[in-house]
Ligand binder design. Structure first.
Ligand SMILES: Cc1cc2nc3c(=O)[nH]c(=O)nc-3n(C[C@H](O)[C@H](O)[C@H](O)COP(=O)(O)OP(=O)(O)OC[C@H]3O[C@@H](n4cnc5c(N)ncnc54)[C@H](O)[C@@H]3O)c2cc1C
Length: 498
């Protein structure tokens, strides 16, 4: 850390852009090396095939993006993004229906517009340089292979010129197609098996134009899945320029959402929310349906390696990728970049050896709740399997959420959505799970009405005396409190004041 001259970021996806912006506060020069030619206007590109599909920013990600890119939400709105806080969202699940509005300023856009808005901000930082059309092909290391000192590159043109770029820090944000494991292995490091969620998930997305007469009364719809019955998740969202996106999702590999228009339309009718099929029948179909499938979500555990070279970090999808249906990927990338920033700040004040290993540990702690929550949700689908250190509390948590959701939906339908908001803030990674799974809430949801959901939860709990509830919850569920910091309290206060 003595020399903070030059940092290199591999990949100009969402993780790469946030990382480059964060690094610009600490390094004299930051290079962001991207294999694609980057479009000058919002457009999908080859290197990020997921961009076709809806990309939502969770409230925690929104907070971090506003920290590094103040006013980015207004930039999005200025470029036609939908002011989603100004429109209703209807949530439908097996317990009922309720309609709400996001309690803070937010904008719904395509991934291409979000990336373009953030990229323009980074391109305007004088000491951040973009090398596009340039593929990173390897890591340069010191002779003892314990320090990464740069990258090898190859131009993606006919001449395919090869090059080198030295750096004091290289951060790989190359996404799911990252080659970092291969590069580390070729340098003689032994990389442990990652934690894997064998999820076999499928997406299918269709675009529509919303005609003028449908724009005023428009509302988004989220139709939650019912994995036990094989019912898919469905979403109907509006993005910039009055484009609507419909998404179908399922996991487990038994069924993948169709990509033929008539089959896609037919499956919409089986969702918990029949409104989606009805609404889209009045819209003008544009592109799609287009599918996306992936067999697994992968969480690397580099912190467990015996040797980790200094001068190298990995974050974003290359470090840990998620089932996208919970909208966590970009938010987790933001959390990781912020974690690196906090560690650089600490390091500046109080330099310590093994900086990179410390960062890897901190990032693991920071992403733990996201991995746990989405894995537990996916394990409801038949055929999904978790490979790695056992996840704690799976069946208790699934039953707790069922009972909670039932109660929260009843209350929300009667005008009290505060209870439901607690759950939303947890799944948005703003509230730690301990604010949701605790004796106080458990006592509220176990009200002796003898429903099947209540009996199942009591059986999992195994204690009757409410005085023992907290102790039992602490045994069943890990504490994730270290993943949340004080700044989140300010965000919560701002919600309470609204
Ligand atoms: C279908 C789908 C829907 C999703 N929906 C959401 C959502 O709603 N909300 C959400 O938060 N997240 C969502 N995600 C996840 C989200 O796309 C990622 O988590 C997020 O973009 C962070 O990714 P990244 O920057 O690490 O990788 P990417 O965005 O994939 O970017 C990687 C970049 O690295 C470049 N690259 C790769 N290899 C090299 C190389 N060797 N040299 C140079 N450049 C290289 C690529 O061209 C690319 O630009 C979704 C994902 C999928 C698959």
């Amino acid at each position: 850390m003595s020399n903070m001259n030059k940092a290199v970021v591999i990949g100009a996806g969402i993780a790469g852009l946030i990382t480059a912006r964060m690094l610009s506060e600490y390094y004299q020069e930051v290079y962001i090396v991207e294999r694609d030619e980057l479009p000058t206007a919002p457009a999908n590109r080859q290197g990020t095939p997921q961009s076709f599909h809806p990309h939502r920013v969770l409230p925690r990600g929104h907070m971090i993006l506003e920290r590094y890119f103040p006013g980015y939400t207004n930039d999005l709105l200025d470029h036609g993004a939908q002011a989603s806080y100004a429109e209703e969202t209807k949530l439908v699940n097996r317990f009922g229906t309720f309609v709400s509005r996001p309690p803070f300023l937010s904008a719904s856009s395509s991934r291409a517009l979000l990336e373009w808005v953030l990229r323009r901000r980074v391109q305007n930082i004088q000491h951040v340089h973009f090398l596009t059309n340039t593929e990173v092909t390897g890591l340069i290391s010191s002779e003892d292979r314990q320090t990464i000192t740069g990258i090898y590159t190859k131009k993606r043109n006919e001449k395919k010129q090869e090059g080198m770029l030295t750096a004091d820090m290289v951060i790989d944000t190359a996404g799911r197609s990252s080659k970092v494991i291969k590069w580390l292995t070729s340098l003689g490091h032994t990389v442990p098996d990652p934690e894997v969620l064998k999820v076999s998930l499928g997406y299918s997305t269709q675009y529509y134009k919303i005609p003028p007469q449908a724009r005023e009364q428009w509302r988004s719809v989220i139709s939650e899945a019912q994995p036990a019955k094989g019912i898919s998740t469905g979403m109907l969202l509006r993005i910039e320029n009055n484009i609507a996106l419909t998404l179908l999702f399922s996991a487990g590999g038994e069924h993948y959402p169709p990509t033929k228009p008539d089959e896609f339309q037919a499956e919409l009718k089986y969702l918990n929310a029949s409104e989606i099929a009805k609404t889209v029948s009045h819209l003008e179909p544009l592109q799609g349906p287009r599918g996306y499938r992936t067999p697994e979500s992968v969480r690397q555990h580099f912190e467990k390696m015996e040797t980790w070279p200094s001068g190298l970090l990995v974050l974003g999808d290359a470090f840990c990728n998620f089932d996208p249906i919970y909208g966590q990927g970009m938010t987790v990338a933001a959390i990781e970049a912020e974690t690196v920033g906090n560690c650089l700040e600490e390091q500046k004040r109080n330099p310590q050896p093994y900086f990179e290993r410390h960062v890897l540990h901190q990032m693991q702690e920071a992403i733990d709740p996201a991995w746990w929550l989405s894995s537990i949700a996916d394990l409801r689908w038949k055929g999904v399997e978790h490979v790695g250190p056992p996840l704690k509390g799976i069946t208790f948590v699934q039953k707790y959420i069922d009972l909670f959701t039932k109660k929260a939906m009843e209350l929300a339908a009667n005008g009290n959505s505060r209870f439901y908001l607690t759950q939303t803030l947890m799944t948005s990674l703003v509230l730690p799970p301990s604010k949701f799974f605790n004796a106080e809430i458990l006592t509220m949801i176990l009200d002796d009405n003898g429903s099947p959901e209540e009996k199942k939860l009591r059986a999992e709990l195994g204690v009757q005396d409410p005085k023992l509830f907290q102790q039992r919850i602490d045994e069943l569920i890990p504490s994730f409190d270290a993943a949340f910091d004080e700044r989140l309290k300010d965000f919560l206060m701002s919600l309470k004041q609204q």
